[in-house]
Design a binder for this molecule. Structure first.
Ligand SMILES: [Zn+2]
Length: 365
């Protein structure tokens, strides 16, 4: 095994099942973790069935339908690019993974064993140098949906959300509907210029929650999925306020944006949601376009006690995020040092005082 191979293997083996799930989520794979396995949509060949499995013990994927193949995370990235007619190399796939997870990798201590490897790295370096340029050139093909489908869905009162403090007028403004077929709350996602880019659903069936509370909606046999990393939920509503305030609050879930607008008023809404816990360069660029000077990260509390294992993983993730984006924009964190929130709470899940305290005392690294 050569050094480069070993190095890429190390990165791969260091990825947690949660990280791989986040990646699949961002790629529109609708993943669910079952024990040490992830079951996701077969995005490897552009399929819709949930037959793509990831085994954490081997760090390998297996597609049980069209590909009927076993492959690692780099190969998955290569396959997905191929579907969009983009041929990328293994080195570019590695680079993508490093960027996606904001991994900090030192190549300084790396000893090259031969000339050939060195040239591989030169390719990688060249790629890095050109990547900002390339990003602009690469047009991201986003699919838009006809929002006619939403008009035919009922919008009854949703007591569960009203009880959580979401106002009916905010739900109406967000176009929240109800899907009587799947028994789920329908949440349309729009681009900043109000084009329907995807629709997600929050299931109200308890047993279904095991497969993930939120999923792309399937309405009239069509799945309304979209690549989550290429949009920000609620930015169509909050963009003018964000531009004015030069600040944005980023939540994980859509519901937090609705709560925020209910608590502080539509006219003060500066919130967006990433639908997961990853922030992509694309999303940061979207915000920079609005002249944002500070990004306030208000992710769910992902630890039970300060100092526990989850706390360590979580703070590392936030530090990496800071390291990646703080050269571009001021990053701050609404981080619960005072145990005001429960496990997995969003900072907006308790009362106004709690949110304001977390906001006032937000952490800058
Ligand atoms: Zn496949």
């Amino acid at each position: 095994m050569d050094n480069l191979k070993e190095w890429s293997e190390n990165i791969k083996n260091s990825l947690t099942i949660e990280q791989v799930k986040d990646l699949l989520f961002a790629l529109g794979g609708d993943p669910a973790i079952k024990n040490d396995i992830i079951v996701a949509r077969t995005i490897c060949h552009g399929g819709q069935s949930h037959k793509l499995y990831y085994y954490d013990n081997t760090k390998l994927f297996k597609c049980y339908t069209d590909c009927s193949d076993t492959f690692d995370i780099y190969e998955l990235i290569i396959k997905i690019n191929k579907l969009e007619n983009a041929e990328i190399t293994l080195y570019q796939a590695i680079q993508f993974i490093i960027n996606f997870f904001s991994l900090t990798v030192s190549t300084e201590n790396f000893v090259f064993s031969n000339e050939e490897l060195l040239s591989d790295w030169q390719i990688l370096n060249k790629y890095e140098k050109n990547s900002s340029q390339k990003k602009e050139q690469r047009t991201i093909e986003l699919k838009y949906y006809d929002d006619k489908i939403l008009k035919y869905l009922p919008h009854p009162k949703i007591p569960m959300w009203i009880n959580e403090g979401i106002n009916q007028e905010i739900m109406d403004a967000a176009g929240i509907r109800f899907d009587p077929v799947s028994w789920g709350i329908v949440i349309p996602h729009y681009t900043p210029d109000n084009r329907l880019i995807g629709i997600r659903e929050r299931t109200l069936i308890k047993e279904e929650e095991n497969n993930g509370k939120y999923k792309p909606a399937i309405l009239n046999y069509q799945m309304y999925n979209h690549p989550l990393g290429f949009n920000l939920y609620n930015l169509n509503k909050s963009k003018d306020n964000i531009r004015k305030m030069k600040k944005v609050i980023i939540f994980e879930g859509e519901k937090s944006c609705l709560k925020y607008a209910s608590m502080f008023g539509i006219e003060n809404d500066i919130s967006v949601a990433v639908c997961g816990s990853n922030l992509t360069t694309y999303q940061v660029e979207m915000l920079k376009f609005l002249d944002v000077e500070e990004i306030v990260i208000a992710f769910d509390k992902q630890f039970k006690e300060i100092g526990d294992n989850e706390f360590k993983t979580w703070t590392k993730k936030l530090k990496d995020l800071n390291k990646k984006y703080s050269p571009l924009v001021q990053i701050s964190f609404m981080f619960d040092k005072w145990n005001l929130l429960d496990y997995k709470d969003s900072p907006i899940d308790k009362d106004k005082n709690t949110f304001e305290k977390l906001f006032k005392k937000r952490v800058m690294l």
